[in-house]
Write a protein that binds this ligand. Sequence first.
Ligand code: SF4
Ligand code: SF4
Length: 97
Amino acid sequence: MTEYIMEYVGSSVMPIWIDEEKCTGCHRCVEACQTDILLPVNGKGKAPAVVYPGECWYCGACVMECPSENAIHLRHPLMNRARFIPLEELGQKGREV
Ligand code: SF4
Ligand code: SF4
């Protein structure tokens, strides 16, 4: 049995959220993550812990590898979700803002 010793590292972002109801604890996401953010600290069959959220690259590998639909969610930072529109496309209304 592998033992893990780690400390949670605080972060202002929480990029990964795992729905423990849907997660089967297969830990394929743990293997997929290149930055080792996810660790199987709760043992086999349990959802992994997100231990270093601030190190996430938002690559989506963990989500793509997960066999359980909607078990793992990637929440991009607000800035990445913004859609920039040229002022010309906004017309007069955009110029008034
Ligand atoms: S999005 Fe990428 S870097 Fe972030 S936890 Fe998933 S696999 Fe790791
Ligand atoms: S790959 Fe999906 S089902 Fe498997 S441990 Fe990760 S979140 Fe849970």
